[in-house]
Design a binder for this molecule. Structure first.
Ligand code: DUC
Ligand code: ZN
Ligand code: ZN
Length: 473
């Protein structure tokens, strides 16, 4: 074979970064995989010049919501097409949405629906976490173990939301299934009874504006539930992921559990670095744009989350992309939502802005280095959620690569983004650094900021067990 024909694609002269190393190299790609890393790689049917740019593993966003049923006339605005397109433009090559089990539904039935929506529509690879809302004996004893064996190796449980929350006994039983199968449990930590009590008190006083969303879900609500989730995981003796952590006291609970020798993964998200509860004070109900759970907090909480990213308390930085339109009767400004914060759908868009925000506010300010950026944006997601062929740049791995130009300065404007919402919670924020080219499985999907790849190029990926639950890996 001649050298010229050896590669399908060569990425030239970029500064390559992994979670452990930064070096200048060419990357030769063949049959969707990284075939060679070296200097002076010639030829290739296609070339991308990356001189002066960073060549990073494609981002993996392990916490997004797409096409999720959201109750009474409310529509989640991104399905698989717009959600993965937006993710792609933000430097991601894989996202992990949730498959929500409705009460009374089997997990297989729920999965069938999500797969049907995703098939042929994705611009990035995808894989599913399961949300267990109905942990019957059949689900825990038979269905979940079979699904774990089939590659659905993680599931989320909620401690809040009527119809979704599990009580402590149910959480223990679900965690026990994780222990037996090697699956990884993710927990949404907020105390539902405390929230309900506080909502009652606020509504009795006529305090129904969006700001009350934050005051009815104070830090103590999250801290108590975090402590309880960690205790339940300790009782069962199972690793656990605490998702979307928003504040210092909850972080302290994670650190204390780790000091006791527990395997705990912490995740935080851009909203807890960039927003505060004051953002919920907007005029004419505009604060609804920032309603998510847990709510954005205060400057001290932002600092605590940054420290957690810097010092390794957090392994995961995810978007928790959960998009609803603002000016829409099926979104944030639905008729009931305008009567009380309680009816404003929970969640904000952010899959495309996650990595530019972390790059700009983290790497460009010197808070974290490029290796930690790669770990937080890709590698740790791959290892913790069993995506064995992803998350790094090494021979034999999937050629999922994002090329970043650290010189680009941009002001975030929703008009420039690619999701289905009608606003960005980060509108007007200036960032430095943006992905210009994105390669998925060796196919150039975005070139110089333009979409050149096809819908359907992204595929569903079953997953292995987490590195946390596998022995010796
Ligand atoms: N939890 C999430 O993980 N996402 C959006 C809403 C929520 O409560
Ligand atoms: Zn949650
Ligand atoms: Zn979420």
């Amino acid at each position: 074979m001649s050298a010229v024909a050896e590669f399908d694609l060569v990425i030239h002269s970029g500064t390559v970064a992994t979670a452990s190393d930064v070096f200048v190299a060419d990357i030769g790609i063949r049959d969707g995989q990284i075939a060679q890393i070296g200097r002076g790689l010639e030829g290739g049917r296609e070339r991308v010049d990356a001189l002066g740019k960073y060549v990073l593993p494609g981002g993996i966003d392990s916490h997004v919501h797409l096409a999720q049923p959201s109750g009474d006339g409310i529509v989640m605005t991104d399905g698989f097409e717009s959600g993965t397109r937006s993710a792609l433009f933000g430097g991601n090559t894989c996202v992990l949405p949730f498959c929500l089990q409705a009460k009374g539904q089997t997990l297989r039935e729920a999965l069938k629906g999500y797969h049907a929506l995703a098939e042929g529509n994705c611009y990035t690879d995808i894989s599913f976490h399961l949300i267990v809302s109905d942990p019957t004996e059949a689900v825990l004893g038979q269905e979940l173990p079979a699904l774990v064996a089939d590659g659905y190796t993680s599931f989320k449980v909620f401690m809040t939301y009527e119809g979704l929350r599990l009580n402590d006994a149910e959480i223990l039983a679900t965690m026990d299934t994780a222990r037996r199968t090697g699956a990884l449990v993710m927990v949404h930590c907020e105390n539902e009874d405390a929230i309900r009590y506080l909502i009652g008190r606020h509504e009795a006083q006529g305090d129904v504006a969006p700001r009350a969303h934050a005051t009815t879900r104070p830090i103590a609500v999250e801290r108590e539930a975090t402590h309880r989730a960690l205790s339940l995981a300790e009782i069962v003796d199972v690793p656990v992921v605490i998702v979307h952590v928003s504040n210092g006291p909850a972080i302290d609970e994670i650190r204390a559990a780790r000091a006791r020798g527990r395997k705990v993964v912490g995740e935080t998200c851009p909203q807890y670095l960039m927003l505060t509860a004051d953002d919920l004070d907007g005029m004419d109900w505009e604060g609804a744009k920032f309603v998510c759970s847990p709510p954005p907090r205060d400057a001290a909480s932002q600092d605590a989350c940054w420290r957690g990213l810097e010092n390794g308390t957090f392994d995961l930085f995810s978007s928790d992309h959960c998009p609803f339109r603002y000016d829409d009767p099926a979104g944030k400004r639905n008729a009931k939502g305008r009567t009380s914060f309680r009816h404003i759908p929970n969640g904000i868009p952010g899959v495309e802005t996650r990595l530019p925000i972390l790059f700009s506010e983290g790497v460009m300010t010197g808070r974290i280095d490029l290796r930690r950026f790669v770990a937080l944006s890709s590698t740790n997601h791959a290892r913790l959620y069993g995506l064995e062929s992803k998350g790094s740049i090494a021979v034999g791995l999937d050629a999922d690569i994002a090329i970043w130009d650290p010189k680009i300065r941009r002001t975030i404007r929703h008009a420039d983004l690619h999701d289905g919402a009608d606003y960005s919670p980060y509108e007007g924020i200036e960032v430095q650094g943006w992905p210009t080219d994105v390669v998925l499985g060796g196919a150039v999907m975005v070139r110089d900021g333009e979409l050149v790849g096809a819908r359907g190029e992204g595929r569903y990926r079953p997953r292995a067990l987490s590195s946390l639950t596998r022995l010796g890996m």
